[in-house]
Design a protein around this ligand. Sequence first.
Ligand code: PFF
Length: 684
Amino acid sequence: MAELLEEQRETWGTRGGFVLAAVGSAVGLGNLWGFPYKLYDSGGGAFLVPYIIGMVCIGIPLLILEFSLGHFTQRAAPNAFGRCNKRLEFVGWWGILLGFVIIMYYPVILAYCFSFLYFSAQSIINGTALPWAGSGIEGVENAKTFFNETYLHKIDGPGFGNMQWHILTPLIISWVLMYFCIFKGVKLVGKIVWLTVPLPFLMLIVLAIRGLTLEGAMDGLVYYLDPDWSQLAKPTTWRLAFGQVFFSLSLAYGVMLTYASFLHRKSDLNNNAAIICFADLGTSFVGGIAIFATLGGMAFVTQQSGNGVGVADVVDGGPGLAFIAFPYALAQLPGAAWWSLIFFFTLVTLGIDSAFSITESVLAGLVDKTGWKRSIVLPAMTVVGLAFGLVFVTQSGLNWLYTIDGFINGTWGIAFLGLLECVALSWFYRIETLRSHANERSDWKLGVWWNYAIRLVIPIVLGTLFIWSLIDDVTKEGGFLKTPDGEWIVFNCVGLCVMAMVPIVSIALSLVKSPVYTGDGHGVQKTITYHTSYTNRVLSIVAFLMAMISAAVLIVIISVHGTNIANMKVWMCYALVIGVAAVLLANYQMAKLDKSNIAPTVFNRFAGVIGTLDISACIALTLVTLTGTAAKAPRETAAKGLTSTSYIILAVACLLIAGGLSWCFWRAMTASSDEDKSIQYPSS
Ligand code: PFF
């Protein structure tokens, strides 16, 4: 039966269709409202350093990992992990469930975009001003009042308030659109994305050119590119940047893995991953230029009218940027309603392919596991997703959206899952198999460094961020769940419960027997017989003991001294050295597995994982001591024109994105001249 499914699996029509669909999933609302405000909050041009490092050094290797696993197993996330090792199936479900939480609220943001699109069209047709129009500081207040009160009827506090029926209609439109985009399978998706990916990109370029030709644009760009290097010393900046990398590349939610599972057997994986990363990075960068140049233009116009509003007065996080600051800025310009129409249409087209990619990944996960028909699962999912989405259509919906999004894309959610994914595949599976699989068919080859990146470097980096964030949350005044006055923070309590449920449900789902899949490495592992030598066993136990000793030292330090480790430097060094030794020994044994079929014991595998966490904990504690747990300070930037440093940052970013993309296309062209890989047809 499993073989039968293999043959029947649908494939993308062309390489372009796949690449565009993956870019469509990556490039979404996050690029236009997530990236610019996080950058603004975290040091402007300086933020680009961790962001670009994260994109290139973590994003590309992880994307290759997901592509390789999905393509190798030809299954969506749960079964893909399950085929490597039955006990790992829960990791796939974990991503799918986090994705399912996202599809409850992501279409709600799309619904806001539809509503604002409608308001803009209405004001064009009736020849009236935009409903949030107004000038000066009162204009900003107008825009805020329009979004928060007139549109959302927002209330603060932990309840829900009344249902906002006028948001339900656009929400239903979003779901219906998503349904029709994917109901026929990936072939149709591969065609739709030829429209939904280039179109918003072209409109973004139009918006960027429009912004750059406004007087005052350069002053806006100062807020974008002027670096505040001191922010790089704060782990918050790195945490935000890496979180954005995961969200933006749709990493760890199982989306990219699922998309790759539909690829034709001969398809390139490595080069596609790099193209997608650079395209996503480029879109964020151009989006940032469009946003900040326009805000600069707005500041200039309002100052001319004597009722000045600076960029800093309007920049706001999340939906605030897309639905308050930017609409306000556009309302100051000639032809405001048209620009507003273009902007919201851009957002709709940006968001729709991201939204349906998550739906597709959840759908494929369920279909692969149960063997149920798409035509039954998809309508059921649409109804369930819409029903859960109703929480976000209430008066308090935006507060819930912020909370849940913060949990999923913050400390407790996706970065941890990314860490788990790396650890699972590199310590509990033979990562070399995935590297060879990717290399056999790709335009360029991965060196063995990739194995070490996935097994050691990326888990240590993500582990450090996770532990540091945990310390930050737990040591907040009053704690994470209570205010300093001792009152419960209901949003955080609910968010934490949701996050705690996800692994439990994932494990439960992985235990459900599948009628169509044989599990435990079917067709993937069975051909290799592993054996373990005596030396192997001894070394594994030694590594495990060292990892545990290091962990014990750290636990004692933390329980006695909390995070104040200034006097415990020597013990910290011991813990670090023992942890590093444990990881190196464990890695040495795993590297043997890469070359032969001598498998390390389970002790060795756990030694690697625990040792990695020990190292991460040491680095995180040191960072806490060096930088404190203080959050960001308000950014002070006086508009004074771009400095030479800003120009250098601009040039480096442009060169890197353009150079990276050109290199990838050149490799694709030269590789496809040997063998025509540029257009791949399904085998059936
Ligand atoms: N990458 C999308 C964005 O930047 O808006 C959001 C997203 C899509 C997140 C798909 C997760 C996902 F699985």
